[in-house]
Design a protein around this ligand. Structure first.
Ligand SMILES: Cc1cc2nc3c(=O)[nH]c(=O)nc-3n(C[C@H](O)[C@H](O)[C@H](O)COP(=O)(O)OP(=O)(O)OC[C@H]3O[C@@H](n4cnc5c(N)ncnc54)[C@H](O)[C@@H]3O)c2cc1C
Length: 379
């Protein structure tokens, strides 16, 4: 196996598989039967707290019991391989951009975020028609923010937004970027539109018209915005890669069952050599991509510079998963395209992974720069 897990990690994985069977699967059935998903999600969170999974993404300083990147990667892949929507409630919210927030910022935003009582959303992407990127002018002990953010996932229901702004003083002198926390209902914050994307996510676009926020809403220091926005991006990209590999595995299992089942031709599809060739290719691609995923996770845990390897994992795993799910649809046939079929929704979800957390071609450019200009990266 490409994952080569220690016996301790293998035990964690076996326990997690039991957790999926005992705590998630029956609740999925209840949601499918019509029960309120929000209520069932509360139960999942409670079960996850009891089993300890909830705290694995949270820092020790806040009562968390953080797991290694390898363990998180293994678990994220496993949750995704169940293809069960409720798995998204197993891990507790991580600090994300508010990592290391201190004082009032910690008590007003980070603590409730980690406790799950307040929700945040991230505003980074600017609309294509923006005249200038969102900016903030320092005025005494506050910032005056003007601009737009186009694609804020969860923005409609979030309590606050963490947004990237370009800071300047009243004379227009540039002071760099900053990550700033803005209450979603603060005066001047206007939600222009809400929309959903094909994978099922809900998003909002916002306008900021002279929104005044106190300086203590700046995460870290003025000028640190971009590094802070990108500080956690490696972990998020690895998370995307792990989810992609979980999706691939679910699709392969589904295809295998289909190939072994009776077929109208009188011979299971899996008996046809041409079909077997295609099926083998799904397994080969997934085996290779999982090897990339686990190698990258180990490098991160060893605190090696692994920016380029994480990029390679995100790009490779999401593209392999896209191809695997695409071929799974082909091998299962027309029924896989019927709205409501599990492969139909998986196809939509896997597609988004090549754009989120860095469009794949932009990541390729970063990787090339990492090698050609910075001398970083391994083969
Ligand atoms: C499901 C989902 C959730 C999202 N959630 C959030 C969120 O919570 N917060 C947030 O701020 N944003 C979010 N986004 C936005 C996401 O980060 C952007 O869509 C992504 O970064 C691409 O930016 P863009 O859409 O403006 O495309 P563009 O930047 O316009 O790029 C479009 C395409 O052009 C090509 N391209 C662009 N520049 C180059 C170049 N220099 N060289 C080569 N090719 C290039 C690439 O193929 C790229 O995919 C989300 C997007 C999706 C799909």
């Amino acid at each position: 196996m490409p994952d080569q897990l220690s016996s301790a990690l293998q035990k964690i994985k076996t326990d997690a598989e039991t957790f999926l069977q005992v705590e998630i699967k029956p609740r999925e059935l209840r949601v499918e039967a019509g029960e309120d998903p929000d209520q069932v999600a509360v139960e999942v969170r409670e079960a996850s707290k009891l089993a300890g999974y909830f705290y694995k993404t949270q820092p020790e300083a806040y009562g968390g019991r953080p797991a290694s990147v390898l363990e998180l990667t293994m678990l994220r892949e496993l949750w995704a391989s169940a293809n069960a929507p409720l798995t998204r409630y197993i891990f507790g919210p991580g600090p994300g951009l508010l990592h290391h927030a201190q004082g009032d910022l910690k008590s007003a935003y980070l603590d409730p975020l980690l406790a799950g009582t307040r929700r945040g959303a991230f505003g980074f992407t600017e609309p294509d028609n923006a005249v200038r990127p969102t900016w903030a002018v320092v005025e005494n002990d506050s910032l005056m923010i003007t601009g737009q953010k186009s694609y804020v996932t969860g923005g409609e229901t979030a309590d606050f937004l963490s947004i990237l702004v370009n800071v300047e003083d009243p004379s227009g002198k540039k002071l760099g970027t900053a990550m700033v926390v803005v209450d979603r209902t603060a005066p001047g914050v206007i939600m222009d539109s809400t929309f959903s994307s094909m994978e099922g996510g809900g998003h909002a676009s916002f306008r900021f018209e002279s929104v005044r926020v106190p300086l203590w809403h700046v995460v870290g220091e003025l000028g640190e915005g971009m590094p802070r926005a990108l500080a956690n991006i490696g972990n998020v990209r690895l998370m995307v890669a792990a989810e992609a590999m979980g999706m691939s595995q679910w699709a392969i299992r589904y295809v295998a069952e289909h190939l072994l089942a009776p077929h109208r031709t009188g011979t299971p599809l899996g008996n046809k050599e041409g079909v077997r060739l295609r099926y083998a290719e799904l397994r080969i691609q997934t085996f290779a991509a999982r090897s990339v995923l686990y190698r990258a996770a180990r490098l991160v845990d060893e605190a090696e510079n692994s920016v380029n390897e994480v990029i390679a994992a995100k790009v490779f795993c999401t593209e392999v998963a896209g191809s695997v799910v695409d071929w799974a649809v082909q091998l299962v046939g027309g029924q896989a395209l019927v709205v409501g079929h599990p492969l139909e929704s998986l196809y939509r979800r896997v597609r988004s992974l090549r754009l989120v957390e860095g469009a794949n071609d932009l990541l390729r450019l970063n990787l090339a720069k990492g090698d050609l200009e910075l001398g970083k990266g391994r083969l």
